[in-house]
Ligand binder design. Structure first.
Ligand SMILES: NC(=O)c1ccc[n+]([C@@H]2O[C@H](COP(=O)([O-])OP(=O)(O)OC[C@H]3O[C@@H](n4cnc5c(N)ncnc54)[C@H](OP(=O)(O)O)[C@@H]3O)[C@@H](O)[C@H]2O)c1
Length: 330
């Protein structure tokens, strides 16, 4: 038997996630493998905003918190996954996991990493990178010299969206919740940045793009979206990626009705889930790795050390604690 540490969701979140919502338990995991099975040990875990959203259906009280990890195979009776292999595994907040045939569907191949850090497979070369890549290029379809707005711009998805938009020759406007994050976005090449906590949003958007935005990559939702839609150009394109500002709300969102702006400006607004592009991830990961090697895209991670700190790293997402991709390392 191997002892696995497992973070359990004690009860369904109410409002903001709190440390008391989680419990660390120990579980016995069999190392008496049957044919086809293998045992993995986590090296890195991803923490992501979707882990707070009840809409995903992934949260079950008294169950393990959901999520993706990067793990090493430590015992195997599966020739496709020999000992020493590294895999991406959607098995939740746990240290050790027995992968049976049933769980094989949660095991993903690694992208071609070259000599890049492995943990990037949970960020820029993984789910958030692909969200930025396909969300911007397929949904917004930005063209050279167009103006692109991205909020949550210093987060795991946003900072890649802005850099890809620059590669495509766009003017990029980004906003984030601290001056330090805004300064870093300027260093990455964003044309206009502002700290959304310090400005009147409508005035800041007008100042950054007096003629309005062609594309809007929306990570935040809620009131931000309603305001930003007023600043779209005719025939603008909006990728509804996420709405982190409302994930902890107990009531349905109140506030301004945004559909007037959608209609009057004939906007193309499309919500998307990165999983719809799953069959093309290898293509996106290859391009992203090339851009990194060519120095066209910079990457950044906020790494928290220690599995025991999973809850605080996760809660930090909602306090703006991370810059770039939030990762927990063993
Ligand atoms: N559609 C898809 O397939 C897909 C895939 C991945 C992610 N998403 C969504 O994309 C968005 C970004 O996700 P991510 O993984 O890249 O995470 P992330 O941006 O790294 O998320 C954390 C950041 O969000 C900002 N934030 C937190 N609460 C906020 C609030 N109330 N108002 C404004 N900003 C707030 C904070 O930055 P500041 O300091 O700037 O406030 C924080 O650092 C999320 O909404 C997520 O659910 C969707």
């Amino acid at each position: 038997m191997v002892k696995s540490k497992v973070w359990i969701l004690k009860k369904m979140f109410e409002g903001n996630a709190k440390a008391s919502d989680f419990e660390l338990e120990e579980e016995d995991v069999s190392d008496n493998l049957k044919d086809g099975e293998f045992l993995i040990e986590a090296l890195h875990w991803s923490v992501d905003p979707y882990m707070r959203s009840v809409d995903t259906g992934l949260l079950v009280p008294r169950n393990c918190m959901p999520g993706e990890q990067l793990s090493k195979v430590i015992a195997s009776k599966n020739s496709s996954h020999p000992v020493g292999n590294v895999v991406r595994a959607f098995v939740g907040w746990r240290s050790h996991t027995l992968i049976t045939n049933v769980q094989l569907q949660g095991i993903g191949q690694m992208p071609e990493m070259g000599d890049l850090p492995l943990s990037l497979a949970l960020g820029i070369l993984g789910m958030t990178g692909m969200t930025a890549y396909f969300g911007l290029l397929e949904i917004c379809q930005p063209k050279e010299s167009e103006t692109v707005l991205v909020n949550g711009a210093a987060g795991a998805t946003g900072y890649i969206v802005g850099q890809i938009a620059k590669i495509k020759g766009c003017k990029v406007v980004g906003c984030a919740g601290t001056d330090a994050k805004c300064k870093w976005l300027k260093e990455l090449g964003f044309d206009e940045v502002f700290n959304y906590k310090k400005v009147d949003l409508s005035e800041a958007l007008k100042a950054a793009a007096p003629d309005g935005f062609d594309c809007f990559f929306d990570n935040i939702g809620g009131e931000f979206t309603a305001t930003a839609l007023k600043h779209m150009k005719q025939y603008g394109r909006v990728a509804l990626c996420g709405h982190i500002s409302t994930y902890s709300d107990q009531e349905p969102p109140k506030g301004e009705y945004p559909f007037y702006n959608m209609l009057s400006k004939q906007l193309k607004i499309q919500a998307f889930n990165v999983m719809q592009f799953m069959s093309r991830w290898a293509e996106g990961e290859k391009v992203m790795a090339e851009w990194i090697k060519e120095g066209k895209i910079k990457y950044r991670e906020s790494i928290t050390k220690g599995f025991q700190n999973m809850p605080s790293a996760f809660i930090g997402l909602f306090d703006g604690a991370n810059t770039g991709k939030a990762i927990v390392s063993a």
